[in-house]
Every structure is written in structure tokens, then in C-alpha cells.
Design a protein around this ligand. Structure first.
Ligand code: SF4
Ligand code: SF4
Length: 305
């Protein structure tokens, strides 16, 4: 059993309580146009290029067996995606680049290997009230690997948080729910059509799964997360829709407001298109108004994390 991850972040302090190790899993069924972790969208490995580290030695061009790498007139590395076999397991350009300017994003890992990584900081979890967080991408997109990892962590009494869009078959959520201590649950667009427009999928199952967790008595174990995306999620009608919905289904304790920031560079490095029209972070006034509305329904509002 192997899972595909794109990063393991140690000493994380924004992904749940205490000091944590966050595992970023690859693959997500959503296509949020503002996605801050585009490395997590594709369920396959990818080539990423960090131009500021490149010394233009052309090793990557010379070692590529597919002749898929070239440099454009501006000195930027380009990959011919139709020739590149990174998805089939090639990592040559990343392994051979002397400066890590070329990096293969995504590696397969067994549950045992993952446990070796996360147990390095077991003492810190105990001392700080921390643990392990699964993020991504969408961790529920690799349910079998996730289940095995969760069981392994439960056997070791490690606190687990699951950062999820809530977009998954309810059966999958039912299976993992008893093994998760804390859910970091994203709310995006309240309107079904708007949700489809900006994330590529509808939100019915997301609302259904949130209700399911509440019915299981887990409302107190949920940190709601609301990305504040200018002109998209920050409208008063969207905030109002969620506020009324939340009030109607259960007693939640806190919501995190996650302000938009421009990550166009990441998309460029992955050779992906960045479709976000706005580039500016939400105004202080906007953040304040959204916070006030959620406070009115009894939520503690936390900025960031
Ligand atoms: S991953 Fe392999 S095929 Fe793709 S660009 Fe690098 S060396 Fe070439
Ligand atoms: S091998 Fe690395 S440093 Fe050399 S040209 Fe390629 S990306 Fe740049």
C-alpha cells in the first residue's frame, strides 16, 4: 500500500493544535481557481522548475531520455508535457539537477515509511498537544492509504487532524471518522452553481457530509475554514448563506478565515494556468465584516491557519 504525497512539513503550527507534522497528499477532485496548493491538484507526479535556482548548466536538457526539456528565449525551462514520462515514474531531470532548480513533485510512500517520518517528532506532539495533520490536495482522494495510515497512528495514540474539502463519498467519511480527532473543514461557495463555477464541482455532498459529522456528535471537533477570496467567496450573500446554514445544523465552535494571497508563481513553476482574476489580498474592512457575521452566530473567529 503506497500513497502519493508532495510534502511532509515538520513543526507546523497552523494546521491544528500544538506542534504538528503535516502530510500533503496529492490529488484533488476540485479545481478551485484560487487554489493555494496547486502541487496537490494532479494525482500524478509533476516537474516543477524554480528559475531563481537555475545556473543554466543544461544538464536537464542533456539527460532527458525523451528530449522533453528545452529553454525558451527568455532562459526559462520548458517541458514538452506530451513527451515527458514523469507520470510513469521518470525522475531523471530532478535527480540530476545540481541545484534543485528542477524538482519532481510527488513521491510514493508506504505507511511504514510515513510512520518513520512522523514518529521523529512524537515527543513534540506529546509536549505541545500536537500530532499529525493530513492535508493536500484532498486526503480523502486516497482513501485506502489514508485508512491504513490512520489506523497506524491510532495504534500509536497520535492525535490526527484531517484537512478536507468535504467532497467525498459519505461512505469514505464514515469509515475514517472514528479515526480522526479533528476535522479542518472547508466552506467555499454556498450556492451550488457558483460552487461549480469556481471549484468545478457541486457542493451538495459537502453540505451532506458536514451534517453527517454533526449527527455523529462531532461538531465540537470541527474547525471550519473559510477562504476569503476577493469577488468570489467574500460576498455578503455567500457569507450570509453559510452563516444561516451553520446556525441551522449544529453548534460549531470556531471558524478560521483564510485570506487569499497570490500564488501565480507556483502555477508558473508547474507549467499550469492561473485563472484567478484578483491578485490583491482581501481588505481589512472586508475581513472584519465577515468575522463579525460569523461571530454573530456564536463562532470564535480565527485569522489564518
Ligand atoms: S521527468 Fe524524465 S521525461 Fe520528464 S522532463 Fe524530466 S527527465 Fe525528461
Ligand atoms: S539541470 Fe537544473 S540548474 Fe541545470 S539548467 Fe537544468 S534546471 Fe537549471
Amino acid at each position: 500500500m503506497r500513497g502519493l504525497i508532495f510534502d511532509i512539513k515538520r513543526f507546523a503550527i497552523h494546521d491544528g493544535p500544538g506542534i504538528r507534522t503535516t502530510i500533503f497528499m496529492k490529488g484533488c477532485p476540485l479545481r478551485c481557481i484560487w487554489c493555494h496548493n496547486p502541487e496537490g491538484i494532479s494525482p500524478k507526479p509533476q516537474v516543477m522548475y524554480f528559475e531563481y535556482k537555475c545556473i543554466h548548466c543544461y544538464t536537464c536538457v542533456n539527460v532527458c531520455p525523451q528530449k522533453a526539456v528545452y529553454f525558451d528565449e527568455g532562459g526559462m525551462q520548458r517541458i514538452k508535457r506530451d513527451l515527458c514520462t514523469v507520470e510513469q515514474g521518470c525522475r531523471i531531470c530532478g535527480d540530476m539537477c545540481p541545484t534543485t532548480a528542477t524538482k519532481i513533485v510527488g513521491r510514493y510512500i508506504t505507511v511504514e515509511e510515513l510512520m518513520q517520518e512522523v514518529m521523529k517528532d512524537a515527543n513534540l506532539y506529546d509536549d505541545s498537544g500536537g500530532g499529525v495533520t493530513f492535508s493536500g490536495g484532498e486526503p480523502l482522494f486516497q482513501p485506502q492509504f489514508l485508512m491504513e495510515a490512520l489506523k497506524s497512528l491510532r495504534r500509536r495514540y497520535i492525535h490526527v487532524a484531517l484537512d478536507t474539502s468535504g467532497y467525498s463519498p459519505t461512505e469514505v467519511l464514515k469509515a475514517v471518522e472514528p479515526l480522526v480527532n479533528l476535522f479542518l473543514y472547508d466552506l467555499k461557495l454556498f450556492d451550488e452553481e457558483e460552487h461549480k463555477k469556481y471549484t468545478g464541482v457541486g457542493n451538495k455532498v459537502i453540505k451532506k457530509n458536514l451534517k453527517f459529522l454533526v449527527e455523529r456528535g462531532r461538531a465540537k471537533d470541527i474547525y471550519l475554514r473559510f477562504p476569503v477570496i476577493p469577488g468570489i467567496t467574500d460576498t455578503s450573500s455567500n457569507v450570509e448563506g453559510w452563516a444561516k446554514f451553520l446556525q441551522g445544523i449544529g453548534k460549531f465552535e470556531r471558524i478560521h478565515l483564510l485570506p487569499f494571497h497570490d500564488v501565480s508563481e507556483k502555477y508558473r513553476r508547474l507549467g499550469m494556468d492561473y485563472l484567478m482574476p484578483a491578485r490583491e489580498a482581501p481588505s481589512e474592512e472586508k475581513m472584519k465584516r465577515i468575522a463579525e457575521r460569523f461571530e454573530e452566530i456564536g463562532l470564535e473567529v480565527v485569522r489564518g491557519g
